[in-house]
Design a protein around this ligand. Structure first.
Ligand code: IMP
Ligand code: MG
Length: 183
């Protein structure tokens, strides 16, 4: 496939094939946990969008989907710590078994905030599924129940993850060249 994004990528951390195989495993793991239970897949926009579509297809349970959008980065590469809801839930989640779908668990600020928020909204159970886990930078005591890949302390893009809203459409997870940030 032709690509004008590839020239900005220093290295590929997770290939398209590896993503596909791991998402299938995560789908199976969720199936086993939630068989007969009608969970609500709750994606955290925008980063989750690609992972979410693949994950729900990999998990043929009776279930529905919902999204919430938050912003904490304000276009920087380091979390500001403050989380704002920019698009709220559009349905009642009282009594629901939630499967939160995140792109990456980094400082933990976003998921710590969302976990509290969903509990106050009456969720019965909360299961956190993150595609990537970057444990090196954790500031809040929050862990994923299921995680796709552990990544080193580098800023990654692709498969939903952005740098200044770009690179979300890369089919793999990669690290940007340093000159992309400075330029
Ligand atoms: P946290 O609140 O620091 O855990 O970060 C959560 C959010 O920050 C993620 O959902 C991403 O949108 C964003 N984020 C954290 N690390 C990265 C990265 O390496 N690349 C792109 N986005 C990131
Ligand atoms: Mg995100």
């Amino acid at each position: 496939m032709r690509s004008e994004l590839e020239q900005d990528i220093l290295k590929v951390l997770v290939t398209e094939e590896e993503l596909k195989a791991r998402v299938a495993e995560l789908g199976d793991a969720l199936y086993e946990r939630f068989e007969g239970k009608n969970p609500l897949f709750l994606g955290v926009l925008k980063g989750c969008f690609m992972f979410m579509t693949d994950l729900v297809r990999a998990c043929q349970l009776r279930s529905d989907i919902e999204f919430i959008a938050v912003s904490s980065y304000q276009n920087a590469t380091v979390s500001s710590g403050k989380v704002q809801i920019t698009r709220d839930l559009q349905q009642d989640i009282t009594g629901r078994d939630l499967i939160i779908v995140e792109d990456i668990l980094d400082s933990g600020n976003t998921l710590a905030f969302l976990k509290d928020y969903f509990m106050t909204k009456g969720a019965a159970t909360i299961t956190i599924v993150t595609l990537l886990d970057k444990p090196a930078r954790r500031a809040k005591a929050v862990e994923a129940d299921l995680s796709g890949f552990t990544v080193p302390d580098e800023f990654v893009v692709g498969y939903g993850l952005d740098y200044r809203q770009q690179y979300r459409n890369l089919p793999y997870i990669g690290v940007l060249k340093p000159e992309v940030y400075s330029g």
